[in-house]
Each structure stands twice: as structure tokens, then as C-alpha cells.
Design a protein around this ligand. Structure first.
Ligand code: FAD
Length: 556
């Protein structure tokens, strides 16, 4: 693939994370003034996220914009295209992307293609987790979690019902890997440092639970460090649910596979991933070999030690989507930022070697160590064989990650955030960024109340699957409703509190419309206002007189 004419060789990199951005940076550095090779980076966002600091953003220790860099700033000289990769046409050697305001499909040709697309969250096997769980992968996740936690504290400070308060003050995280452990450590810091502002919350009322399917947290680290992290978190009151798996989640509870239920309004799920759709399609029908770990196929490209995809010249994989044989001779390189950075450097070198017809080099990096921050000035670390726990490890963690953060300006901003954080309390401003403000789906398990008698009615519900029972004080069960039935209309049309409790009798999914959406729809669609008029006539003839004027608007 050496270039012999004036057309430059095109290297296209898919993904703007650690792997993609650093592959592009190394390529540009090595290319210098060469004009025979063109580098183009494609990514869905125009910024690079330094993921190891996300739990600190979620805990309010660092301002969200300080852990991201504009990709254009990191790769000056490369072409950057902010777009979504839709598919790869391996025959024509072009990537199809959707871009621009009209999301038009555009082909991007390549000679060499570098896959740097990370796995995506997939909660399909756990009903309700996609709707009610919070992820910890992107900046928006961290931002949303911080606001959600502050909102829970605000509500817990004023709620009267003890069970509701307990659920608001119970913070559950699933996943005992780096992101789960660091998230629960940082959350415990955010909550404990904020409690001074909430006089009606006693610290003893706050609970944290970490659900992990393995026997030991931080399985990527040495057993002694994983155990040390567990002890530190337990001393802080984090309950370890080891050997446990999440089965489902609802707005107010997390259901485990062993039948136990954790009443909680905050559920962060760091487990459950699926291959990136582009990687999945390439593995399924693009003729790429799938990597194996412990004899089982995984959702990553099998690569040579050179990072070239097995049997596919001109195709490379770096970062979490690559199954690269470990230089230790055992297993694969771990999916970490530390490895992605080293892989990116070698990939850039080997792509140029391939273009120039020189022999390729093998990946030879061995981990320098690993570190996990636990919040509250504590961490566990192993560096070059030296093991540390507590404050020293935490200091090391901060120093190393500060040094790794790209860009002097970002480094200074994070250093300033950390300095201010040592001196002042955490910011408990709650910004209105929570989702579920529009049409959304809720999952409920059998026995859970969806609405309670006496509550103010703010939503209309359409049952998508499952079954519910409607009951009223004094009258007992008055109806059973199933798929495609509607409930909650009376309180919205009459502007009165709910006159019945609706409880799931089987696991169910319900579509939720908020008040303004409901009113906009019945006012603009006569067929809907007629439907609700008939419904009221059959269910609540006594309410007809008060609701009719509202519904009449839809037929004017
Ligand atoms: C909370 C958390 C904490 C972590 N802590 C550590 C740590 O302490 N130490 C460590 O070494 N590692 C840590 N990691 C892991 C590390 O961040 C990952 O291993 C690393 O980010 C992988 O790099 P990547 O480039 O493969 O993926 P990513 O950095 O996730 O990048 C993937 C890129 O692909 C883009 N993309 C995906 N689909 C498309 C599409 N269809 N079209 C266009 N673009 C697309 C995305 O926008 C993104 O830019 C942590 C991860 C998380 C989530």
C-alpha cells in the first residue's frame, strides 16, 4: 500500500476516545511534514472525555467541562469529522457516516481503517435498568448523577414518609470494577460533605450498597488491594453485596437475582455492555475474527500483536474494542486507558510502517501498575510493584491523573478545582437537567405501587405490557387493567388528587405522559378527546361535568 502517485494514502480513525485521539496524535507527530498520508478522525462528539475523572465530576469535586478537551485542539493537522459512523463498506473501502443538520449519509474513503469504538451500555437482560438506572460512561452521565443525588437529598430533607426517605437516602451502585468502586467512593464523599446543609437528614439514615457478581471487588487488581478497598469502603458504611446480580430495576427499587430488593431512588449501573454496533456488524458479517478470553468469544476484534486485525491487512483495532494478545503471554491486554494510550502509539507507528513497506513491530507494554480512587482522600494503588493504600495512594492517584490529563489549561483548571475542594464544601446547586421530563417508559415489578391514592396526579399512564390492579380505600380492588389500557386520566382532567391506588400485579412496562403532553394531545386530536370522554363516562360518570370543558377544547 505504498503511495506511488500524488493521491495521499488515507488513514481513517473511528472514535474520539483515548485510542482514537492518541492514535491520530502519534500519527501526526510521526508524519511531520510528510504530505503523502492523510489522517481523518471520525467521532460522534467533538470532545474527548478523560473518563477516569468522571466519578469525581459526578461527586462535584471537578467541574464537568474541565475533564473534556475539544478534539480539534488535540489533533491539529488532522481532518476531524463530527459525525456518527453508520456502517463500513469493506468492498468499496469506505465508511458511511451521517452528518450535518440533515443527517445526510456521506461516504468517507480509506486505505487504512483504525477501529477505536468502545463498547456500549446494554441493559436488555435487566428489565427497567435502561429506564431507571444511571450509567457512568460519559460526561452527561456524571453530570446527571450529581444533580440526581442532590435532588434526592433535597427531597429526603422534606419528605414525611419514613420509607420514602429511606429510599431517597439509599444509593446503590452495580459493578465492582474500577468505575463502580470509584463511583460509590466518590458518592459517599459528595453525600457526607453535603449533609451539613440538610439538617433534617441524620448521617445514620444514609446507606450505600455495592452490588458485585464476583467474590472480590476490583478483580483487575491484586487480591490484597481489592480486599483493602473493600475494608476502606465498609468502614465508611458501604454494604458489599458480593456474588449478587441485578435482575431488574424500577423507579424506587433494585431487584437482585436472589430475590432480595433494595429500596432505592438512586441506582448507578456500571455493568452490562454490548459491542459497539459497528464492531458487532464487522464481527458478524465483515469477515473479522472475534477475540477470545478464557476460551470464550468476546465482542472485540482478534488482533495480531502488531494490532492489525487477524487476517485483514489495512485494518487495525486499538483500545476497548481490540482483543490484543497480552505481552505476558496470558490472556488479552486489559480494556484500560493506560493500555489504550500505549496501543495508540504502536498502532500509529505500525500503520506508517505498513504504508512504507517496513516490518511491523509487536506490542510489548506491560502494566506499570493500577490505581483506584475511593474518595475521601483515600485510594488503593500498585505502582512498579509497590503497593499503597489510603492517603499516599490517593495523592499518587491525583498526581498521576493530573499529569495524564491532556492540555495545560485543563490541568490547571482541575488543579484549581482540587485546591478549592480541599478548602470549601461541595457545591449542592441542583440544575434542572434530569431526564424523564418527556414521554418515557417506566418498569415496575409485581407488588409495586405506580400511583397512590391521594397523590397529586401529574401523569397519564398507558400499559405496554403486564397487568395492574386499581384499588380504592374502602372499596378494595375495583379493576384490573392490562396491555393498551390507560389509567391516571381522572386526576389530570379534574385537577384533583388520585382517587385510587394502582399497583402492578405482574412485572409491567408503562408509557408515561406528563400533564402538559397529555393536555396538548387531547386538545389537538379530537379522536383522543372523544376517547377520554367515553372513558370517563364508563369509569367516572360523576367526574364528567368537571372534565368535559377541558375535553371539549379538543373538538372546537
Ligand atoms: C468511569 C470510568 C473510569 C475509568 N477509570 C480508568 C482508570 O482509572 N484507569 C484506566 O486506565 N482506565 C480507566 N477507565 C477505562 C478507560 O477510560 C477506557 O479503557 C478507555 O476510555 C478506552 O478507550 P477507547 O478509545 O477504546 O474508548 P472511549 O474512550 O470510550 O472512546 C470511544 C469513542 O468512540 C466514539 N463512538 C462510538 N460510537 C461511534 C459512532 N457510531 N460514530 C462515531 N463515533 C463513535 C465515542 O464518541 C468515543 O469518542 C475508566 C472508564 C470509565 C467509564
Amino acid at each position: 500500500m505504498t503511495t506511488t502517485n500524488a493521491t495521499p494514502t488515507r488513514v481513517v480513525i473511528l472514535g474520539g476516545g483515548f485510542a482514537g485521539v492518541y492514535t491520530a496524535r502519534h500519527l501526526l507527530r510521526r508524519l511531520g511534514r510528510r504530505r503523502d498520508v492523510e489522517v481523518e478522525l471520525l467521532s460522534e462528539e467533538n470532545y474527548f472525555v478523560f473518563q477516569p475523572l468522571l466519578p469525581e465530576v459526578a461527586a462535584g469535586g471537578i467541574a464537568a467541562p474541565h475533564v473534556v478537551n475539544p478534539i480539534r485542539e488535540l489533533v491539529p493537522g488532522a481532518r476531524f469529522r463530527c459525525c456518527k459512523v453508520v456502517s463500513v463498506d469493506f468492498e468499496q473501502r469506505r465508511v458511511l457516516v451521517s452528518q450535518g443538520a440533515g443527517l445526510e449519509l456521506v461516504p468517507v474513503p480509506y486505505d487504512h481503517l483504525v477501529f477505536c469504538l468502545v463498547k456500549v451500555s446494554s441493559f436488555a437482560a435487566m428489565p427497567g435498568v435502561a429506564e431507571h438506572g444511571l450509567a457512568m460512561k460519559d460526561l452527561s452521565d456524571a453530570f446527571r448523577l450529581r444533580n440526581h443525588v442532590v435532588r434526592c437529598l433535597e427531597l429526603a430533607d422534606i419528605v414525611a414518609e419514613p420509607a420514602a426517605k429511606a429510599a431517597l437516602l439509599h444509593f446503590v451502585v452495580a459493578g465492582g470494577g474500577f468505575s463502580g468502586v470509584e463511583t460509590i467512593g466518590e458518592l459517599s464523599e459528595l453525600v457526607s460533605r453535603s449533609l451539613g446543609y440538610f439538617p433534617r437528614i441524620d448521617p445514620s439514615e444514609v446507606r450505600f450498597s455495592l452490588v458485585h457478581s464476583g467474590a472480590r471487588i476490583l478483580p483487575e487488581m491484586r487480591a490484597s488491594l481489592g480486599d483493602a478497598a473493600r475494608r476502606i469502603l465498609e468502614r465508611r458504611g458501604v454494604k458489599m453485596l458480593l456474588g449478587a446480580r441485578v435482575r431488574a430495576a424500577t423507579p424506587s427499587a433494585v431487584y437482585l437475582a436472589d430475590g432480595s430488593v433494595l429500596e432505592s431512588r438512586t441506582f448507578v449501573c456500571t455493568v452490562g455492555t454490548a459491542p459497539n454496533p459497528i464492531v458487532g456488524a464487522a464481527l458478524a458479517s465483515g469477515g473479522f475474527a472475534r477475540a477470545e478470553l478464557d476460551g470464550r468469544p468476546i465482542a472485540a476484534f482478534a488482533t495480531e500483536r502488531t494490532l492489525q486485525c487477524v487476517g485483514r491487512r489495512g485494518y487495525w483495532a486499538v483500545g476497548d474494542c481490540a482483543g490484543i494478545p497480552s505481552p505476558t503471554g496470558q490472556g488479552l491486554c486489559p480494556p484500560t486507558g493506560q493500555f489504550a494510550l500505549r496501543e495508540a502509539a504502536l498502532c500509529a507507528d505500525n500503520v506508517l510502517r505498513a504504508i512504507d513497506g517496513r516490518p511491523l513491530r509487536d506490542f510489548a507494554f506491560r502494566a506499570l501498575g493500577s490505581l483506584a480512587s475511593l474518595g475521601r482522600r483515600s485510594a488503593v494503588a500498585e505502582l512498579l510493584g509497590v503497593r499503597l493504600t489510603g492517603f499516599l495512594a490517593w495523592f499518587l492517584w491525583r498526581t498521576l491523573y493530573l499529569a495524564k490529563l491532556p492540555g495545560l489549561v485543563r490541568r490547571l483548571r482541575v488543579a484549581l478545582d482540587w485546591t478549592l475542594d480541599l478548602l470549601f464544601p461541595r457545591d449542592i446547586t441542583q440544575l434542572a437537567v434530569l431526564r424523564h421530563e418527556h414521554l418515557h417508559v417506566h418498569h415496575y415489578e409485581a407488588g409495586e405501587a405506580i400511583v397512590r391514592q391521594g397523590q397529586i396526579g401529574r401523569e397519564l399512564f398507558v400499559i405496554l405490557s403486564g397487568e395492574v390492579e386499581v384499588s380504592a380505600d374502602g372499596a378494595g380492588a375495583v379493576a384490573r387493567l392490562g396491555a393498551r389500557d390507560v389509567f391516571g386520566e381522572r386526576a389530570l382532567l379534574e385537577d384533583t388528587p388520585r382517587n385510587a391506588t394502582v399497583r402492578a400485579t405482574r412485572a409491567c412496562d408503562v408509557l408515561v405522559l406528563n400533564r402538559s403532553e397529555f393536555h396538548a394531545m387531547v386538545r389537538s386530536l379530537p379522536v383522543l378527546s372523544d376517547y377520554f370522554l367515553d372513558l370517563l363516562r364508563s369509569r367516572h360518570p360523576d367526574a364528567l361535568a368537571r372534565a368535559e370543558p377541558q375535553l371539549a377544547l379538543g373538538r372546537e
